[in-house]
Design a protein around this ligand. Structure first.
Ligand SMILES: [Zn+2]
Length: 117
C-alpha cells in the first residue's frame, strides 16, 4: 500500500507538471503593479494615442463659438486637425473634439490671448 501511494503521488506530480508546462507554453503570465493598472487596458495592451478618444458620445456637447482651452468635463486634451510646415504647426482647424468626452469646441488662437477664455 505504501508503494501504491508513492506511485500515485508520482503520477499526480508528473501530470501536474505537464499541465503547468502546457499552460505556460500556451499563455504568457504578466505581472504588474496594481498602482499602474490604470495605464493598462482590459486587453493587456497600453493605451495607444490612436485610440485616445471617448468610448461613447453620450455626454458630448457642442460648445463651439467661444474659444476655450478646457472642456467642461475638465479635460485639457483635444483632438485637432493640424497642418505642418517645416516641422512646426503652420495652421489648425478651429473645430476640435475633447479627447475624453467628445464634446466639440472652438480652439483658441493667438488673437484670443488676453480675452477671458
Ligand atoms: Zn470633455
Amino acid at each position: 500500500m505504501k508503494w501504491l501511494n508513492r506511485l500515485a503521488a508520482l503520477v499526480f506530480g508528473l501530470i501536474s507538471i505537464g499541465i503547468v508546462k502546457n499552460f505556460l507554453d500556451k499563455y504568457e503570465v504578466v505581472v504588474f503593479n496594481k498602482e499602474d493598472s490604470d495605464e493598462i487596458e482590459e486587453d493587456g495592451e497600453s493605451k495607444d494615442i490612436i485610440h485616445l478618444g471617448p468610448e461613447n458620445y453620450d455626454n458630448a456637447m457642442d460648445i463651439r463659438g467661444t474659444p476655450t482651452q478646457v472642456c467642461p468635463c475638465g479635460c485639457e486634451v483635444w483632438n485637432v486637425k493640424v497642418i505642418f510646415n517645416e516641422s512646426q504647426i503652420a495652421s489648425y482647424f478651429l473645430d476640435m473634439e475633447c479627447a475624453n468626452c467628445g464634446s466639440l469646441a472652438t480652439a483658441p488662437t493667438p488673437i484670443d490671448r488676453g480675452m477671458e477664455i
